[in-house]
Ligand binder design. Structure first.
Ligand code: HEC
Length: 229
């Protein structure tokens, strides 16, 4: 179960302990965190950005909720101890260097973790950003899109405006109202609404970075029925 990260739970944690958990995957007591938490990505960010996030967490209203410690089955409970990794902090690139800056944002936003194929929790080399990860839901399967620059199966034909507008369509500041999907439909796991209010120039920088990626030819059908009963 994901733990409480409001000040109620983190009051006794120092900034350094939170930094270590977020960027290396080891909690206050030295226990390994489940790698669904993207510490491998956050450990490649600018330390100052992580401190800003910690400062933000400390402003949240405390939520009095005790979450149970995660129960992880064998052998994953052993395996996850091999996953924590030393952080390799970087300096945030200048926003004027949109390729490097876009790459920084794409890393921080964890796009690669959904838009690649994995085997036992590890990204299969050569599938990065090529899509096809499956998300099983009771009413069907959602698959992540190919967001490499491939002209026919990726976003190679998308203009910068196409890309930005696709995100901005989900902005509550642009009056987007979350819709209730009819029963039996498959929802997208793509966190559109979370990214929608990013700065326009940040979305443009992410586009510049994605367009620089090697095209991968992989046709993905985003939504479909369950293949196994
Ligand atoms: C939690 C998983 C997840 C994360 C994280 C994620 N995506 Fe997605 N994304 C998906 C899925 C699944 C789809 C296909 C369904 C849809 O279009 O909503 C998708 C669709 C898309 C599409 C539409 C492509 C098309 O052909 O219509 C774009 C563009 C995209 N993602 C870009 C990104 C970028 C950029 C990031 C990081 C900022 C990101 N995604 C992070 C799961 C994810």
């Amino acid at each position: 179960m994901p733990p409480n990260i409001t000040p109620y739970a983190l009051a006794k944690w120092t900034d350094g302990e939170i930094l270590r958990a977020v960027t290396t995957g080891v909690n206050k007591t030295g226990k390994a965190l489940f790698p669904l938490m993207a510490f491998h990505r956050f450990g490649r960010m600018d330390k100052e950005d992580i401190y800003s996030i910690i400062a933000y967490l400390r402003t949240l209203a405390p939520v009095h909720n005790e979450t149970a410690a995660s129960q992880i089955d064998f052998p994953v409970n052993i395996l996850i101890n091999t996953m924590p990794e030393k952080a390799h902090f970087t300096k945030i690139p200048l926003a004027t260097d949109s390729l490097a800056y876009g790459g920084y944002l794409v890393n921080a936003a964890g796009c690669i973790d959904c838009h690649s194929q994995t085997d036992k929790g590890k990204i299969i080399p050569g599938t990065e950003f090529g899509g096809g990860m499956e998300f099983n839901q009771p009413s069907g399967i959602a698959r992540s899109a190919n967001i490499t620059s491939d002209l026919t199966t990726g976003i190679g034909k998308w203009t910068r405006a196409d890309f930005v507008n696709r995100f901005k369509a989900y902005s509550t500041r642009n009056n987007y109202k979350p819709v209730q999907l009819p029963k039996g439909s498959v929802n997208t796991p793509m966190p559109w609404t979370m990214y929608a209010d990013m700065e326009l120039s940040d979305l443009e920088a992410m586009y510049t970075y994605l367009k620089s990626l090697k095209p991968i030819s992989n046709k993905v059908i985003p939504f479909g029925p369950q293949t196994t009963p």
